[in-house]
Design a protein around this ligand. Structure first.
Ligand code: ZN
Length: 219
């Protein structure tokens, strides 16, 4: 009697184990399928590894993942979003903006991928992660959700014209890396209406900048 009961118990436990196993396998399969579908939408050819454009160094110094500025959420890259820092303080160059992002001074959802000045480029957040620069929340097809944010420095010691050239080279590299076309080069204003990139807009030079990117692509 006792032996039979134990046998029955073992059979029941075995059945439970098999059912649990089947459920686990099913869950894993669903998870893998979902992940594969998602990964499919992420470009495989990340710009990672390129640390110089001609003579302009790209200094990779990612801010901490899991912070407000860098939640680490992956997305599809659709746009290159051009900004100006608007920071006319002395020495407000790319290195200084990199420092600012790393100190998380005001712990705001304010971040971007690259800062460019007349002699170097800082790379703060991986291209395939969201950042908060376009002022449009996480709107579908928006600048934050789908854009790579590039800030151009406007500090007084900085050569703005050289900064434009460096930014055009970076934009061309990103377009090529992610198989985008020139129509995907946008300004901040296109997403939230903010008057940015300020100097380009004030001097009516946006089309000129787009031409510079086209030139770089042609070379
Ligand atoms: Zn902006």
């Amino acid at each position: 009697m006792i032996i039979m009961r134990i046998g029955k118990k073992i059979r029941i436990n075995k059945r439970r184990a098999i059912i649990s196993l089947l459920i686990m396998v099913a869950l894993i399969a669903v998870g893998v399928t979902a992940a594969a579908k998602y990964l499919d939408s992420i470009p495989t050819e990340l710009r990672e590894g390129i640390n110089i454009i001609e003579t302009i160094p790209i200094i990779t110094d990612f801010i901490k993942e899991g912070s407000l500025e860098r939640p680490g959420d992956l997305r599809k890259i659709k746009y290159i979003v051009i900004h100006e820092t608007g920071n006319r303080g002395r020495n407000a160059d790319a290195a200084s903006h990199n420092n600012y992002l790393h100190t998380e001074a005001d712990n705001q959802r304010k971040s971007w991928h690259y800062t460019v000045d007349d002699h170097e480029i800082y790379y703060h957040i991986p291209d395939n992660e969201i950042a908060f620069h376009a002022g449009d929340g996480l709107r579908d097809d928006g600048g934050n959700l789908n854009g790579i944010g590039i800030e151009m420095c406007v500090n007084p010691e900085n050569d703005y014209e050289k900064t434009l050239v460096n930014t055009a080279k970076l934009a061309a590299l990103l377009i090529t890396s992610y198989d985008l076309d020139i129509s995907r080069v946008k300004k901040h204003e296109d997403f939230s209406g903010k008057y940015c990139a300020e100097i380009l807009l004030a001097e009516d030079r946006w089309e000129e900048f787009v031409e510079m990117v086209k030139q770089e692509l042609a070379e």
